[in-house]
Design a protein. Structure first.
Length: 430
């Protein structure tokens, strides 16, 4: 494919808000704009201050816009896994065409049929992830279009989330002046990019350690089977260091990044560094080994919680191992500590694209690549750039383009998740 597609991802995290502008061509990503701003109004993945969050989103968007000189209009949004639920669903339809060839229309109809399930009033539909298609009892089909058959079935996983959480996220994005192109759950896209195909099929977990919380995504047989959020992240390590070393939070963060080590057995006890005290007084001198004990205790607690979560959802073995990503995974020794606690193969993942070669960008990159993969499968490429006019120029008056409905967002009544959530917001504020 010679034509490139532009995507803008919005990753609203507890520690930072990240905006990524990417150009996809021939399934390769070229990052052309990055915005990364410290988050405000977000605690443990949940929004607690609308105005502060809106301000953070606007600042991240403006930072990315300055890199390319164009305004951002629409984004691929990642929503946190807080209160996300996965539910197996099944759709069954009769093939419509006279010659019994399965077409895009049949694919859309079977998706709609899979979504006809009862959802509690406090929950909101996000999307359905296909697991397999079945044509006349022949299963394990990835794409049935073009095949001949009478009966088309789809096994999938329906993703729903808390209506309140989704409402708050959509309200912030709307007030920041953005429209939503697609919505995905953050652990789904992080696991999609961080895990290899073999790992996803054998059974593996992606642990994304952020600032305020940690996301866990478990894949088996190539598909997401469980997702959860653990209330521990890098900010907790910083606070521990600040309290024990009696130093300001900003200094504790710098110490963690510059001297931090997660595995006590491999930390250095010969190199010392000065730590300023609270109030600007004379501080103490500490070794890397000393602070590694502080860091290690908190991370041990996190990995113990991972084990408990895996056991609670019935996961006893992960042949594909564990993949660590997220900003905290940069800490020296974290791979060794995780391997020691989790007793399985552990590796680290960082995106390999210029400008975003940091594990903190895994979700932001994953949002773009997953949206592109979806658009390729459903034939939605060529829908126009996600960027607006050059900054500072007034847009010319043009008729609005009608966007083609996305199969994965449609429900039986033809209303997508974005439209439903917007209607809910409007009703909420009446």
């Amino acid at each position: 494919m010679g034509q490139s597609e532009l995507y803008v991802s919005l990753d609203i995290g507890s520690s930072t808000v990240k905006v990524l502008i990417g150009e996809m061509a021939n399934q390769s990503l070229h990052v052309i704009g990055v915005g990364n701003i410290k988050s405000g109004g977000i605690r443990r993945g949940a929004i607690v201050d609308i105005d502060a969050t809106v301000q953070s989103i606007r600042q991240a968007v403006e930072q990315a816009e300055r890199m390319i000189g164009k305004s951002i209009n629409e984004v691929v949004l990642g929503i946190p896994a807080n209160q996300v639920q996965l539910q197996p669903v099944k759709g069954v339809v009769a093939v419509n065409s006279e010659n019994r060839e399965i077409t895009d229309i049949d694919l859309e109809r079977v998706h709609e049929a899979a979504q006809v399930v009862s959802i509690p009033p406090d929950r909101e539909f996000v999307n359905v992830v296909p697991v397999q298609y079945i044509v006349d009892h022949v299963d394990d089909i990835e794409d049935p279009r073009g095949m001949m058959g009478i009966r088309l079935e789809m096994d999938g996983i329906m993703i729903t989330t808390s209506k309140t959480i989704l409402h708050n996220v959509l309200r912030c994005v709307e007030r920041a002046g953005l429209t939503i192109r697609d919505i995905y759950v953050q652990p789904l896209v992080a696991g999609h990019i961080a895990l290899t195909e073999d790992e996803k099929y054998q059974g593996a977990a992606c642990i994304d350690i952020g600032g305020g919380s940690t996301s866990l995504a478990v894949f088996q047989e190539g598909h997401l089977v469980a997702s959860s959020v653990l209330p521990i992240g890098g900010d907790h390590i910083t606070k521990d260091l600040s309290i024990v070393l009696k130093t300001p939070t900003e200094q504790a963060e710098q110490i963690k990044l510059q001297y931090g080590h997660a595995f006590y057995d491999e930390a250095s006890d010969s190199d010392y560094f000065d730590v300023p005290s609270v109030g600007g007084g004379t501080g103490e001198r500490y070794s890397q080994k000393y602070i590694s004990e502080i860091i290690g205790v908190r991370l041990e607690e996190l990995f113990d919680m991972v084990l408990e979560e895996l056991h609670s959802i019935g996961i006893r073995d992960l042949p594909g191992g564990i993949v660590l990503t997220g900003g905290v995974s940069k800490l020296d020794g974290i791979q060794e500590l995780a391997r020691h606690i989790l007793q399985t193969r552990v590796r680290l993942f960082s995106p390999a694209f210029i400008g975003v070669r940091e594990p903190q960008y895994t979700t932001a990159v994953g949002l773009i690549q997953y949206a592109y993969m979806d658009d390729m499968f459903y034939g939605r490429l060529g829908g126009g750039a996600a960027l607006g006019n050059p900054i500072g120029k007034e847009p010319a008056a043009q008729p609005k383009k009608q966007k083609v409905p996305k199969v994965k967002e449609k429900e039986k009544n033809g209303e997508g998740v974005t439209a439903k959530a917007k209607r809910f917001i409007d009703k909420f504020f009446e």
